[in-house]
Design a protein around this ligand. Structure first.
Ligand code: HEM
Length: 143
């Protein structure tokens, strides 16, 4: 990402990154097939699990992962570290039976969430989409 793109992406992300539970809730609500892949959450009522510590823990793991990738992407010197992290993410999730379609669903749900809760517009959307394209280019090599 360019410095300008990084500023758009991190600016938007910083607005929502403390809404971990809300984000995971929005993802599961839009795409129940994603919830169904989690042994701990499969078949359960989303509104009931939302308040549990398991839910908060997993929401925090996801958000922390994204925050780490965003922070690393500020400096091209970190590209190898990002690459390795995303490759591992791809391998782990592929091994769990997660599909490309589900990762794309996650992207759609998260992007919708940001467009509603963060400063948004054509420039932010373009930078955000470029960042996600980059992420998936690496993660999908494992699928
Ligand atoms: C772990 C499913 C997307 C980040 C897991 C686990 C499952 C899972 C079943 C293991 C949970 C446990 O052991 O308690 C899925 C599905 C996805 C998805 C079905 C479909 C979109 C993502 C995305 C991110 C992410 C997009 C990050 C942005 C993590 C992290 C962990 C994890 C950080 C814990 C570390 C690990 O064990 O790999 N995921 N995941 N997941 N997921 Fe996902």
């Amino acid at each position: 990402l360019t410095a300008e793109e990084y500023a758009y992406v991190s600016g938007a992300w910083n607005k929502v990154k403390h809404s971990e539970v809300d984000i995971l809730y929005a993802v599961f609500k839009a795409y129940p097939d994603i919830q169904a892949k989690f042994p701990k959450f499969a078949g359960k009522n989303l509104d009931e699990i939302k308040g549990t510590s398991d839910f908060a823990l997993h929401a925090t793991r996801i958000v922390t992962f994204i925050s780490e990738v965003v922070t690393l992407s500020q400096n091209t010197a970190n590209n190898d570290a990002i690459y390795n992290k995303l490759e591992l993410f791809g391998t782990d999730h592929h091994n769990r039976g997660v599909t490309k379609d589900q990762l794309t669903e996650f992207r759609t749900a998260l992007t919708t969430y940001l467009s509603k809760h963060a400063p948004w517009g054509d420039n932010v959307a373009a930078a955000w989409n470029k960042a996600f394209d980059n992420v998936f280019e690496v993660a999908f090599t494992k699928f």
